[in-house]
Design a protein around this ligand. Sequence first.
Ligand code: FAD
Length: 471
Amino acid sequence: MSEAEIRELVVIGGGPGGYPAAFYAADLGMDVTLIDTEAKPGGVCLYRGCIPSKTLLHAAAVLQEAKAAEAFGLAFGEAKMDVDRLRAWKQAVVDKLTGGLGQLAQARKIRTVQGRARFEDAATVVVAKASGGEERIRFKAAILATGSEPVRLPGAPDSPRVMDSTGALALEDIPARLLVVGGGYIGLELGQAYAAFGSRVSVVEMLPQLMSGADPELAAPLLARLGGQFEAIRVKTRVLGMEATDTQVTVRLADEAGNECSETYDRVLVSVGRRPNTRGLGLEQTRVQLDDRGFVVTDAQRRTGEPSIFAVGDIAGQPMLAHKATHEGKVAVEAIAGRKAAFAPQAIPAVVFTYPEMAWTGLSEREAREKGFEITVARFPWGASGRAATLGGGDGLTKLIAEKTTGRVLGLGITGPGAGELIAEGTLAIEMGAVAEDLALAIHAHPTLSETVMEAAEGISGHPTHLFRRS
Ligand code: FAD
């Protein structure tokens, strides 16, 4: 092992928590070493998550748009899919973005080390290098950003036919029948992509509804659409066991009354959650603590119980989202640089990139009531939006939650095409302490879907032009 050099900052994990932290620290003049199992930064998000999934979902959305266009006289005939080219295109997108990050790291003079790191003590990491051998690095501060991995279903066979999200994104083929186990956003996004590519998709969920964490009103248009796209949606249903052959998987299911049945699929996608990557890191050599769900315990600066070690991203708690990881990474760097910084967002947006999209930010109606706020809720159905009509859809919804006495915006939820882009206005409004009237009085371009946010705000503070309520 080579002699240990003392580095100012070591970042372990090059995902959306780790690489922006490394980049920012280098911009602030720190001497930074970034360690990741891959040669280039990107993490799960770029290699096995956000980016490859959205690439496939874009292809799926094009297919669905093309089908929907028949309603206004455009017929393209039967779509032909070249799975090899689709896979290659997805890979090209991943390569372009991770390659770009590699160049940005180099330009910032960040030392990148490919390998797996573990703590030897509170000031030393040992890296088992991908090229062979070990390297010991001493540090003044470390940021731990090792992310998360898919939870395995107990008893699921070790078979390529039983996939996690990484396996599904590999797009080996388009199975004739696919079972998605788990009705959260990852399962629904990937299930919908495979359905658009031609698979007959079923989904099984233990809880009483799909997307159980989301506002049911916002989820309704998506669930209605999925009802037509998926072969079967089974809620309150458990997977009892699975048996795989070379070509198929037989799954035993039980409903809430205990009625059992067996179904056979060509592939199964298990998406029942993710767990923080804290194993094998040598945390026991430090004072880093885990909570009862396995997340690293941190303070508002993302400092762990070991003052020299910070933790950000999926290992530091919910929501496990890329943009939350990035924000935390920057807070940790500011704290290391001695600046006053704290992770204290008023709103963290969440987007489900299904067709239609769903997005929310700030408090949901239920959360606002649970927190004891007296609230006004305004809904603007997209059936009343001119832009939605020109796009051929009217089943979207914009829902604004405001504090009753002050009109302060507390939350925004949107379902419909482009919801993921539109939600930023709500996050900004909440962070700026805006009242609904601010959104209502800001001129929104016509005809755009952003007008639905303005009209929802008018529903709280005034009179929405395109809705009529008898007083
Ligand atoms: P990660 O991105 O998980 O990166 C951690 C990195 O650390 C990895 O490269 C890992 O190999 C490396 N590592 C682990 N252990 C070690 C070690 N001991 N030594 C060195 N390196 C190590 N989020 C969104 O916001 N929007 C989305 O649309 C979205 N879509 C998703 C779709 C899918 C299919 C999946 C699986 C996830 C999606 N996510 C999405 C979640 C998002 O990917 C994560 O929240 C995000 O990647 C977390 O970032 P991170 O920096 O904490 O860790």
